[in-house]
Design a protein around this ligand. Sequence first.
Ligand SMILES: [Zn+2]
Length: 887
Amino acid sequence: MKFAVALLASAALALSFPSVLAAQPRGQVDTVDPSLPTQLPRTAVPNHYAITVTPNVAGLTFEGTVAIDLDVIKPTRELVLNAADLKFASATLRSAKGGAVLAGRARVNGDEQTATFTFPRAIATGTYRLTLAYSGKINTQANGLFALDYKNKEGKDARSLFTQFEAADARRFVPSWDEPDYKASFDLTVHVPTAVMAVSNMPAASSRPISGGLKEVRFQTTPTMSSYLLFFALGDFDRITKPAGGKEVGVVMSRGNGSKGQFALDAEAQILPYYNDYFGTPYPLPKLDNVAGPGQSQFFGAMENWGAIFTFEYAILNDPAITTEAGRQDIFVVEAHEMAHQWFGDLVTMAWWDDLWLNEGFASWMEEKATEHFHPDWGADIDRVGAREGAIGLDSLNSTHPIVQQVRTVEQANQAFDTIAYSKGESVIAMLEDFAGPDVWRDGIRRYIAAHAYQNSRTTDLWAAQESVGARGLSVIAKDFTTQPGVPLMSIGPVQCVNGSTLVSLTQSQFSADRRDPAAASPLLWHVPVKATTGGAVAKTVTAGRTTQLSVPGCGPLMLNPGQQGYYRTLYTPQQAAALAARLPQLAPVDQYGIISDSMSLSLAGYQPMQTGLDFLGAMPANGNAKVVQRILGRWDDLFERMDGDPAAQADIASRVVRAYGPRLLQLGFAPKQGEPAVDALLRPTLIGLLGKYRDPAVLAEASRLFAAWKTNPDAIPGSLKSTWLGVIARNADAATWDAIHERARATTGTVERASFYQLLGRAKDEALARRTLELALTDEPGKTISSGMITAVAAAHPRLAIDFVLAHLAQVNQLIDISGRSSFMQRLAASSRDSALIPVLQDFAQANLAESDRKPVQRAIDRIRSESAQAPRIRSETLAWLKLHP
Ligand SMILES: [Zn+2]
């Protein structure tokens, strides 16, 4: 699964099958590990599901039957399955050996999401077929079987159906053993209107007309897989295809959008052969589709259903009317992520949600690896450091958790999809690959995939595979970084130049943003693979204990973590920091960005004065690497926001940024240039957005000129910059401007473009307009999945206003968010706040609305606000002093 990404990201989904089946072990008794947590009694295991579903598209209900071939492993009178929002009409059980058919009585437990079928007598161990007739609901948010409404090519109301089952929503579609270790094969048959297209994991085996204007589509049998990977979609679709890696890749989207799917299709065709080679096991299914759906979710952007990835349109369709360069690049990255899951997650699946990071950390790492391979000019290495910084931001708070964590409830499984699983997972894997060496690491991955194909695995299985191919010592490092929370801190002692080498002593501690003293008093310790250089050869070691002596070839300014693959912070002495800052312009871009981030973060947390971090920030050349400059602008803006309430200081920062980076924008130009480097095309919208925010007259004048032209001609602004320029306008909007954007949102039929306009309405700085956006979000006008994004857009500039509004309309707002995303929605809304007055509001919300075990996301928001507001006075006064010293 791929995180929900902001729609307006620029500012911040028929070979012969039996031969495949015969080669794989089945989901048998011995593959279910009795030590795993489960909500289901270990009395039976499913081997095969034959499901038939008839959706009532208009009525938002469906009828289903399922015949489950299962083994009873302990004599029992009842069978317990997962089921949610399902009603049962009949249940029968028959032994594979024949004999009497037993009728079962159904009892549903809504809280536990189970259905228990009790039979008139005890069932002996053996093989049976359980047949159930049931009915269910079609949801309007992305849980289970759900509907997405849109305007079709002719401007008429249309509705498509899709499924979303991870983590625990297959049980809303089919009564099942809905836990990842209960792998089974699936036959899906659907009765659907003749005119529409039905898509599932496997190609259709047959399609024939049946009564009532329906057709029966029977899909081929899936391989053995976890229930959360099953998929079904139905709609007025186009499907475009290409041969790749011996299979067929395809993109499925609403009719008339075929050309917009081409970029994603080309990406799939590039990536599949690359992954076939990298993983050493060829992609096993006959086809791989990526199915696009209109709308969005607060929980996810794309989902790796085996053979049928689902992706919201904004993250897969390349729409010349609205897709930004960042959005276009994201299409490739999302494909690379979801396709990596076809092996890592789908072919080999974590045994339980405790190891979710194995899926997500790995796919996040692999997306950058594939991007670097095919698009070395996109700066994926810088993005990886960005992921590390995002992870450390959370991992340095008291409320963090280890990568491998205990998950016991459905809600905890949903919450496990967090920045620690994705970004810390990615960062730690990058560090381990660097330690093992890329060839050894790839061999380890190949062995791991081959050893666990069609089965489940645990984190330690991956380390064992790596050690077995030669990555000796890797398990110890991996264990420390996956079972302990937090971030190592390396403090560098005085250095000595002896015989042309630099001798240095490293002291290990723990970096904490909100409990510096307790962390220093009793820090966790890690085996950290450390690298150091003075500009020439690189010295390597693995720390063991508190202090480590290191001899680095050459004498000169010492730099730890060259290449930035290490997951730790480095604290230099003031003299070392000054020497390194002087060398910053000569360093590799990835190191420039890594060191500036490291130092700013240490300053903000109080490990060193703000001056040290700001000296690094100020040393970044404005004409430096475009991707680094883009990130550095974000750092400046963070500082700007931290000066909220001090207009003079904000004006100082704004004019400094305009002065330093305005010429870079002039050089790039206001409009896209044919054939320009991809990173320039990324930097332009960032500069326009930030300089527009800082009210640079040249940018504001161009924004006004373009807006005036756009009001009469929708093509007046280049599509790749439309949301950027309109973002500048929307931010400074008056009522008439807001009305004009609203009017265009109503008139637009392109689903991605239309959703973008609704979200733009949420950008207004004017509080009255922000209120109007919130009120509009609660109406039926924007569409069921668009409204929540409007609320988050408002929260960026008006967090308290948005949170108060949501609390006042909580029941209504909850209907606008998929179930899986509800408990973390409040954290999202609070993301831009540093107001300690919000803490009791968040505490009250959590207490009133969330089980104690489900409060982690809100607690993180509270921890962050608390630490940032505690540091604010010092940060403010030290920053003001630095600004004065550096006019
Ligand atoms: Zn994922």
